[in-house]
Design a protein around this ligand. Structure first.
Ligand code: ADP
Length: 476
């Protein structure tokens, strides 16, 4: 069996800030019957070693990066049939958060994730991995390090989960990273006077994927290319969009331990909804419940949402919001929740509570300005909540308009709006209210969506084809 090393800066359940962690947990699981797959991540101090049986491996070494030596200790565990490798080094791991606080990234993230990349290269040198699958800017430098090292024959696949986060640093980091100044060119790492880690992944990996077919096209345009559209155009021959999936066991209303009552159809959501409304002090079990779960950043359509909420609050509905992120957004949300009795707002990151929200919700709000793939809409389908989405990125590939509902199809349906304005969002919400009052259609749609397959079944096959073509040395 071919050997794959899957590298990610976060993996559920060990450490998660967003969808990357879900993907790094579920994609290797979907591929584990066909490949010998190991997952590697940092051993952040927040990870509960005892709970997951994470033990030191008899592997500790030093890495020289720039002019400094750093100690590395390797740890490991087996979880749900997957072997995990953890990289421990105080610089990388002894932090309260993964990447920084709500207001600032850690200043030394270049060195932290540079070190993680060097540790991955060290592992590749001593082992016979056929492919290393790298994710996002935090692992991007591995592609460059492997490209430079003629002893390593491992093929590299680089996945872009969100082009908006490229890993940009001052040019002085090159010296700290021990990377030659000769890489500070437009063709390599230089980007408007800064060092761009993601460019390393794009330029030096054998193949690139991103997380949906529509996003793969969008990132080649000036509107969505975040300044890298020209660079990506040069490498479009090795770029492919593959839609993410979700883990059907982790996101299952039948198996979900966070729910007070498991269910298999939309009628079965009632106890979850009543219980949640009671807990949040929201009144009106018969009114539609809209939820928003996510990072409070402009990408997620926070401005649209905040502008629309006062109008929404005058309607016969309840609204529950969970998330964390930029302070100005949560101040605005807090003030709205104090003003309107039908808006509830929770600040924080809480996995079980998020599951209970999906379990209780009639609608999920997802007014994202851009969305590489998005997992929330798929989770909403699985839990029988109808997503309300802006038609962009992975939402185009995963949510069809309910007006075109075909009960025989295997597509998920939701309320889709086309322009990112508060007016369009409001009209979509009004449409959702009408849909909710048509009980028969609402239930039929929700039940249909719950049966759709948003697991990795299809997409893992595409990754397998890609891995196989890399293994056969096919060039593009
Ligand atoms: P992102 O752009 O943040 O990666 P995705 O839609 O790809 O967005 O994935 C988000 C994942 O994180 C989903 O599993 C969602 O339920 C979860 N999530 C987001 N915010 C929170 C939160 N505050 N508490 C719990 N889970 C959250």
């Amino acid at each position: 069996m071919s050997k794959i090393l899957f590298a990610s800066s976060e993996v559920y359940p060990f450490a998660k800030t967003g969808g990357l962690a879900d993907v790094a947990h579920s994609l290797p699981r979907a591929l584990q019957n066909d490949y010998e797959i190991e997952v590697i991540m940092p051993l952040y101090c927040s990870i509960d070693k005892e709970r997951y049986g994470i033990l030191p491996l008899a592997q500790s070494f030093r890495i020289t990066m720039g002019e400094t030596q750093y100690p590395i200790e390797m740890y490991g565990c087996s979880y749900e049939g997957i072997d995990y490798r953890f990289v421990y080094s105080p610089l990388l791991c002894e932090r309260e958060f993964l990447y920084g606080t709500a207001t600032d990234d850690y200043e030394d993230n270049a060195r932290r994730f540079g070190l993680f990349s060097y540790a991955i290269r060290a592992l590749l040198k001593g082992n016979d991995y056929d492919i290393v699958h790298l994710n996002d800017w935090q692992c991007a430098l591995v592609a460059l390090l492997v490209h430079e090292d003629h002893d390593i024959t491992t093929k590299t696949l680089y996945t872009i989960h969100n082009l908006a986060y490229q890993g940009l640093f001052e040019p002085t980091v090159l010296q700290e990273l021990g990377i030659s100044e000769s890489y500070f060119t437009h063709e390599a790492l230089e980007f408007y006077g800064k060092v761009n880690f993601m460019k390393g992944g794009i330029a030096y990996s054998n193949r690139i994927t991103t997380v949906s077919p529509t996003y793969a096209k969008e990132i080649l345009t000036p509107e969505e290319g975040c300044g890298l559209e020209g660079f990506l155009q040069c490498y479009r021959h090795k770029l492919m969009g593959i839609l993410n999936g979700i883990d059907p066991e982790h996101f299952s209303p039948l198996l979900d331990g966070a729910l007070i009552s498991p269910y298999t159809n939309v009628k079965g959501k009632k106890p979850s909804k009543s219980d949640l409304l009671k807990q949040l002090g929201l009144k009106g079990v018969t009114k539609p419940l809209f939820v928003f779960i996510g990072r409070f950043v402009s990408q997620k359509g926070m401005d649209l949402l905040i502008e629309t909420l006062p109008k929404m609050a005058t309607m016969e509905c309840t609204i529950a919001i969970l998330g964390e992120g930029e302070e100005h957004y949560y101040r605005a949300l807090k003030s709205l929740s104090e003003q309107y009795i039908n808006i509830h707002f929770t600040l924080g990151y809480d996995e079980p509570f998020a599951h209970r929200l999906y379990g209780a919700a009639d609608f999920l709000l997802m007014p994202s300005l851009f969305e590489p793939c998005g997992l929330n809409q798929m989770i909403a389908f699985a839990y029988g909540a109808i997503p309300i989405v802006h038609r962009v990125g992975g939402l185009v590939d995963s949510v069809k308009r309910f007006e075109n509902y075909d009960s025989q199809s295997d597509e998920g349906y939701g309320v889709v709006f086309f322009t990112p304005t508060s007016r369009s969002l409001f009209l979509a919400i009004r449409k959702s209210m009408e849909l909710y009052s048509d009980k028969k259609l609402f239930e039929s749609l929700s039940n249909h969506n719950m049966q759709c397959d948003f697991s990795w079944n299809q997409s893992a096959k595409l990754y397998a084809t890609l891995y196989d073509s890399l293994l056969m040395g096919e060039t593009v």
